[in-house]
Design a binder for this molecule. Structure first.
Ligand code: ADP
Ligand code: MG
Length: 221
């Protein structure tokens, strides 16, 4: 599903020397796999996840997802591809504060061009599946952190993406709420969803099927 070859990404900070965030990564993630990217803070997890999702362009190497070389697409083509094929979950939820739960989730199907009524139906369906049937019309500010993350997960899953990418999705949640999100991810993976999750927590990583360790931009075997 994901094929990464010789991937490197350098950053030039506004002050100080160049940083090699990723240095020659070769990686395959198979369809239906649940992979956990682990490693200490600064090891390159976010950079790798964003490169898979086409949010960052590699300095060298290639990223292919579901047969499309993401790194070779133009910016507008990449945005269209992303809306259709990828779901993202972030540590800080990134919900639109003035839209309700169901409206936030609608954004994903609307972005890929589905009609309003159709988008709303998909949004309600996935929110119900994630246990939020009685929270559809709540604003993010009226939801607990765990519920907000479930809305964000619903938005990421609404388009049935080829790949779900999650960057420290439990980082802002307490133990029980983190476990609930992991339960949902494990459940979605059992339904066939390919997932790549970045975490610095061994406890979280232990729930995934495959573990990929990063250290200073390199894979540790
Ligand atoms: P992780 O997610 O594992 O904590 P990151 O991928 O965020 O690691 O960062 C890897 C390295 O790249 C770090 O040393 C970080 O400081 C550096 N880095 C990340 N983004 C930038 C940026 N936009 N500009 C400069 N350096 C960056
Ligand atoms: Mg990170």
């Amino acid at each position: 599903m994901i094929s990464i070859k010789g991937l490197s990404r350098k950053f030039q900070p506004s002050r100080g020397g160049e940083v090699a965030a990723l240095a020659g990564i070769d990686l395959e993630v198979k369809s239906g796999e649940f992979a956990a990217l682990t490693g200490p803070s600064g090891s390159g997890k976010t950079t790798l996840l964003f490169s898979i999702g086409g949010l960052l362009t590699p300095t060298a190497g290639s990223v292919t997802v579901a047969g499309i070389e993401v790194s070779g697409l133009s910016a507008p083509a990449r945005a269209r591809w992303r809306a259709k094929n990828l779901g993202f979950v972030f540590q800080t939820f990134h919900l639109v504060p003035y839209l309700s739960a169901v409206e936030n989730v609608c954004l994903a199907p609307l972005a890929r061009g589905r009609a309003g009524a159709d988008a709303r139906k998909a949004a309600e369906e996935i929110l119900k599946r994630l246990g939020l049937a009685d929270r559809l019309d709540h604003l993010p500010g009226e939801l607990s952190a765990g519920e907000q993350q479930r809305v964000s997960l619903a938005r990421a899953l609404a388009n049935e993406p080829a790949v779900l990418l999650a960057d420290e999705p439990t980082g802002n949640l307490d133990g029980p709420r983190a476990a609930e999100i992991m339960d949902l991810l494990v459940e979605e993976n059992k339904r066939g969803q390919t997932i790549v999750l970045a975490t610095h927590s061994d406890q979280v990583a232990a729930r995934a099927g495959v573990r990929i360790r990063l250290d200073r931009g390199k894979l540790m075997l």
